[in-house]
Design a protein around this ligand. Sequence first.
Ligand code: ADP
Length: 259
Amino acid sequence: YEVYGTPITNSHGELQGVVIVLHDITNLKRLEQARKDFVANVSHELKTPVTSLKGFAETLLDGSHEEETIRLQFLHIIEKESSRLQELIEDLLELSRIEHHSFELNVMPLELSEVTNEVVHLLEEKANDKEITIHVSCEGSTKMDGDIARIKQVLINLITNAIVYTQQGGKVCVKTIEKAEEVAIVVQDNGIGIDEESLPRIFERFYRVDRARSRNSGGTGLGLAIVKHLVEAQHGRIDVNSIVGKGTSFTITLPKKPN
Ligand code: ADP
């Protein structure tokens, strides 16, 4: 609490009482803490690849690794770490644009099942690499108004996660369902699942159930935060169900006519 006190005096200057104002600043403090945490997280996330880039570049420069295979190996690491950095910066910029509402939705008529098929096609190679099959199905008509690019991004993030967090040979199902005034998209996998404690936190920026695993698979920890914002910007909602060891299912519900 912030406390302000003001004495109340009468016309003769005699003290009559005191007004005390208690200002609840819990929320302000929480926001301030969240901002500080975010800056600390961003700094940490940027530092890791930069340190690694610097280290490998310096080692190459000092010339002690004349061997071609080692040189190539280092260059590959440098390339990979630069891509990570680039991806992280792009995600941060995207998140910042969304959070400051400095982006416009480009709403137009679309067929959701078509958009879904396109995205699945785009990610097929990634799934094939892990021998994961993606099943696509559609219930009813999924004609709606929406921002195609944003819906694609949401689907890319969710289906990529489904592939990343599912074992070799697993299965991912993407289903679009027509409702009265809405359409739903379900992205379901039979992967590693998310424990009950972590589940409410996965939409937070930089929250990861398993930091090392997410990093190794190229995750920035911002994907679901972006997804949630993009879905809400289109007046939709996102729900998640998960059982550890069995799999996870995300359901996005979007209005057919957002305006
Ligand atoms: P990341 O870049 O780490 O994947 P996200 O914001 O996309 O970041 O996801 C946050 C965390 O939620 C992930 O690190 C992972 O632990 C968990 N997660 C997301 N999707 C799934 C899924 N389909 N199955 C299991 N865990 C998931």
